[in-house]
Design a binder for this molecule. Sequence first.
Ligand code: LLP
Length: 447
Amino acid sequence: MSLTAPQVPSPAPHPADGLSVWPRSTRPGSTGDLTVAGVSLAETAGRFGTPVYVLDEDEVRERCRTYRSAFPEADVVYAAKAFLCRAMAHWVREEGLGLDVCSAGELMLAVTTGFPPGKIVLHGNAKSPEDLDAAVRLGVGRIVLDSASEIARLAAIVPHGSRQRVMLRVVPGVAAGGHAKVRTGTDDQKFGLSVTDGSARHAVARVLGQSRLELVGLHCHIGSQITTVKPYVAAVRRMVGLLARIREQHGVELPQLNLGGGHGIAYRPGEESLDVRRLATRVRAELRDGCAELKLAVPRLTIEPGRAVVGPAGVCVYRVLAVKRTGPHTFVAVDGGMSDNPRPALYGVRYAPRLIGRHSTAAPHLVTVVGRHCEAGDVLAEKVPLPGDVRPGDLLAVPVAGAYHLSMASGYNLVGRPPVVAVKDGTARTLVRRESLDDLNRRDIGL
Ligand code: LLP
């Protein structure tokens, strides 16, 4: 159903509008409103309630296309952990991407939506028997093995006469990533097989000895929210060196290399993001030169972006419930918080909310935007300018809410997770409905 009549696209916003991190279709609307894909955010909040995640379908699709055109020779595999629902799986498939899943749950959702299993990659440092069973049964394209014990566990469930394609996740020894909790390229964390202590070498030998497993290549994921190309180039160099050593030791040239994801985005105006085209050019050159030097055939590349595909396409709209002035501080409390966006509490990241839905001429004041949850750490934004007359009932919209918000949302304080509303060509539709009190209560069996 259409919320607003499709609008004639107005010119792209000027950087001075402060809309640089918003979906590209965002335009200032009437009386302080913003429209995304021609849909009023204030009307969306009124119709679907708050908090609400709004997702610009065309922005997601365009971002998929940017990857496909930057990496035409590679498999681009969307990391479902950033955000997954049936529509998202469908869009990603239509745009020609594969899917990275890390549980039987994500796998089932994708496959039952019609996602071709052969284009799915299964990840996980500790895959459950259900994860592995589902992957083998449904025929996923590649399983990325992350520990020595997993090799025999997987081989044991592959049916006689068939072979499961696998990759080995290795730790290339490259430190990168926007926060300690998302740095995975060195040995001091739980993922992958170490190159330095010989675990990777042993694992290669073990996989090659399993007749039901076909080792197609190596995988690494050095971290997340990486904004420069350099660590990826370093990772390529290490991985190519490793491929050459595997050939020396085992006489096999592995045909694939998966470089993971981690491509950084800006959450606030002025922040850095990774230049995907530059990444493609530099990775391609390093791969070509490195392989030529070691006389290796260039392996087929896979990349796994998550955040950079969906993060900037999402906006979360909240309603202000309280404004409290204590000493020098003004706290603006909204009707969501760490249950729909745990990222500030987990990684200390901050967002740039904006008042929408009414025009204010009040001078901006620096305020702290907080959530409704029972913790002082439930802070969405600190020292952000909002009009001095911000008051209960106002709407605040937070850009860059498409990745790792709903997928990491919780049932804290039994608030219920927000719905996801897709916007496209002036029309809004629900993709995922709000979690109701009834949903929450139904799981509780009682005394
Ligand atoms: N591939 C693998 C194997 C991964 O572990 C991840 C993310 C990705 C790809 C996609 O990374 P991306 O392009 O989205 O950065 N919850 C954190 C991010 C955790 C990322 C975990 N792995 C956050 O909210 O920042």
